[in-house]
Design a protein around this ligand. Sequence first.
Ligand code: GDP
Length: 299
Amino acid sequence: LVRLRQRLAGTNNPLGKGLLALLSRDKLDEDTWEDIEDTLLTADIGVAPTQELVEGLRTRLRVEGSAAGEVREVLADELVKLVGPDMDRRLQVSGENGNPGVVLVVGVNGVGKTTSVGKIGRILVAEDRKVLMGAADTFRAAAAEQLGTWGERVGVEVVRGPEGTDPASVAFEAVKKGVETGVDTVIVDTAGRLQNKSGLMDELGKVKRVIEKQAPVTEVLLVLDATTGQNGMIQARVFAEAVNITGIVLTKLDGSAKGGIVVAVQRELGVPVKLVGLGEGADDLAPFEPRAFVEALLG
Ligand code: GDP
């Protein structure tokens, strides 16, 4: 929580501190409520959730001269409600019937996919799991090498193919090896070319089908860059059509004033944010926890 707070404090955080300042004005008049709406929309929270939140706040803060402490508490409660305190955010990293869990990681280039694969490896290793990573992003020349470096850093073997190999064949080999060597979890990095929607769908569909000749995919994580705002939402929709997303990794929350994207993307996809990226280091990926997130936002 301390680290989350520090990281979010590095941004100009209009969602937390801005809202708190607005709500602490002497008079909550129409102008103030409009400013509050603007703040929420600027943070990419989305139109419907903005209205819900304002509605909730107006009802609960109608009492004139609410004390500052109460305002903070009410705002925190309403934000937590919006973020979905009851969603199941556990990663499905275990397989059944002796199979390894298979975590497929998807997203467009540059969002932090390979980095997140490395960091997830780190988290699982810290839990004493036996992990294998597959470098199926065979289109970006440096991707396999980058994952190889992460593998060394976190102590996980990486299965890779020659540059330009079919991503599905690397994914297949990785999971095959995972099954044969009895690892607990195989994490598969994929290529994220979005220029052609049907191409992407075909490719991801094929990767998943081929993997499932070996073992069922237990988790499909979509990696989104929090700084891209509405653009990220468009990407999310395309990926959700291509594969059945089971969780979201929201990266670069440390550099973003757009924390509201958590709410927007969960609503859009009906899938929970499971992990958040808070920096470039190996330990900068944290499970997403609504109450801690809101507390950090409010500083
Ligand atoms: P990919 O193309 O999606 O695999 O993206 P990469 O994993 O190569 O990451 C792209 C850049 O984003 C790299 O410079 C990463 O260090 C950086 N990055 C990834 N996650 C985070 C994060 O949570 N916070 C910050 N600040 N940078 C990140």
